[in-house]
Design a protein around this ligand. Structure first.
Ligand code: ADP
Ligand code: ASP
Ligand code: MG
Length: 409
């Protein structure tokens, strides 16, 4: 018998009526003769509400206690969904992350899964039970509850699918698949029939919240057959696979974007061999991720601009000011309220005109580009947050992503 892993996100579980609808979907998959593992997120906006509760008590909650708090959200969903399944006459059992054998590294708030002890799940599957697992959480070797980062239930599902060598992992959500851009922001975004692991990973890392980046990493590393589809509509979704088979002539596959970016500029850094190393080591030691870096140099001094997440701004400024003398710079300035807009597509590798086309389209609409970064299959620009949606719409139109085929100028 084949195993199917199905994951349902919070918006698909926000009411008990929706939980019943989800339970019916699960029964359909079971009736097709499959063993079924279900992974669920917390109901509706529960995780945000829990974060808000903590925020009413402290500005700096201990990460261990946050994990303890946030992991409760998924526990509510597993028990309710299991009750709904039982009520429909099915045998089902709920497991928290640790009961399901999900072992993570010892890092709170964004732990990686390092192992899944599948014996218990296998034993229950073999008796015909549906297993309902709490997404987004695991346990360290020494028994501490951890969470996997926002959106991490996707990763739970794909990791379980890999560990059980499941036939397919279905990510069921409130959109019908992966679109050329977020359909909530880009009106004519189009559902893609398939997308490669590499392109999906870039899109996810660049802000396309439809899949957690680590879920895509897992799927790629373990060749998990992954599909994103609707939790309510019975239509084909998007298959994520090694080589996207259709529309292979596309140069750009999608547009992703992300708010909450700040550009920090360090002026008058001594032009010595260890200047860059000192700055970025100090930031890294404090878990501050740096994204785009631009360096400009005169003989004696250099200026350095780099982008970070706005939530890290206070920490970054504090860390750098604290080590001002040691690092040896004159001053820091920053610009907040920025956004990153990116185009992604494996066809870019062999098309040198793509960047020019992108910048020209943005310039024609007077969208000022503040930073740029490129890789083989993506180009990102940083723009004012208020221009983000417009920039995404322009680029989506420019690369004709609403059409099935496209060419570049
Ligand atoms: P869930 O609660 O099911 O995990 P999420 O909110 O995490 O759902 O992810 C689904 C959302 O992802 C969609 O509602 C959509 O707004 C957003 N999204 C962002 N980029 C894309 C994209 N390229 N294709 C589809 N959805 C996208
Ligand atoms: N409940 C968690 C969140 O809201 C995990 C998830 O939904 O995947 O981020
Ligand atoms: Mg999600």
């Amino acid at each position: 018998m084949e195993t199917i892993v199905i994951k349902f996100g919070g918006s698909s579980l926000s009411t008990t009526d929706k939980i019943k609808t989800v339970a019916k979907r699960i029964l359909d998959v079971k009736k097709q003769g499959n063993q079924v593992v279900v992974v669920v997120s917390a109901m509706g906006k529960t995780t945000d509400q829990l974060l808000n509760l903590a925020g009413q008590l402290t500005e700096h909650p201990a990460k261990r206690e946050m994990d303890m708090l946030l992991s409760t959200g998924e526990q509510v969903s597993i028990s309710l969904l299991t009750m709904a399944l039982t009520e429909m006459g099915e045998e089902a059992i709920s497991f928290t992350g640790w009961q399901a054998g999900i072992i993570t590294e010892s890092v709170h708030s964004k732990a990686r899964i390092v192992d899944i002890k599948v014996e218990k799940m296998k034993k229950h599957l073999s008796t015909g039970k549906i297993i309902v697992v709490a997404g987004f959480q695991g346990v360290t070797e020494d028994g501490e509850i951890t969470t996997l980062g926002r959106g991490g239930s996707d990763t739970t599902a794909v990791a379980i699918a890999a560990a059980l060598e499941a036939k397919r992992c279905l990510i069921c959500t409130d959109v019908t698949g992966v679109f050329t851009s977020d359909p909530r922001y880009v009106s004519d975004a189009r559902k893609l029939p398939s997308i490669s692991y590499g392109e999906m990973l870039e899109l996810a890392n660049l802000g396309a919240g439809v899949l957690h980046p680590r879920a895509v990493e897992f799927a790629k590393n373990y060749q998990v057959d992954l599909e994103v589809r609707s939790s309510t509509e019975n239509e084909e979704g998007t298959v994520i696979e090694e080589e996207a088979s259709m529309e292979s002539n596309l140069v750009v596959r999608g547009v992703a974007f992300e708010k909450g970016i700040t550009r920090l500029t360090v002026f008058g850094l001594k032009n010595e061999w260890n200047g860059l190393s000192a700055i970025f080591s100090a930031l890294a030691q404090n878990q501050i991720d740096v994204d785009i870096i631009i360096q400009s140099q005169t003989d004696a001094k250099m200026n350095l601009s780099f982008s970070i997440k706005s939530k890290d701004l206070e920490d970054a400024v504090q860390v750098l000011e604290h080590q001002k003398e040691v690092i040896g710079f004159e001053s820091i300035e920053y610009e907040a309220n920025l956004a990153k807009v990116s185009i992604v597509g494996s066809g870019m590798v062999s098309n040198p005109g793509v960047a020019a086309q992108m910048f020209t389209a943005l310039a024609n609409d007077e969208i000022q580009v503040k930073m740029v970064s490129t890789s083989e299959i993506k180009i990102s620009v940083v723009v004012g947050e208020e221009k983000m949606q417009k920039a995404a719409q322009i680029l989506h139109g420019e690369f004709k992503l609403n059409e099935v085929t496209q060419t570049i100028n």
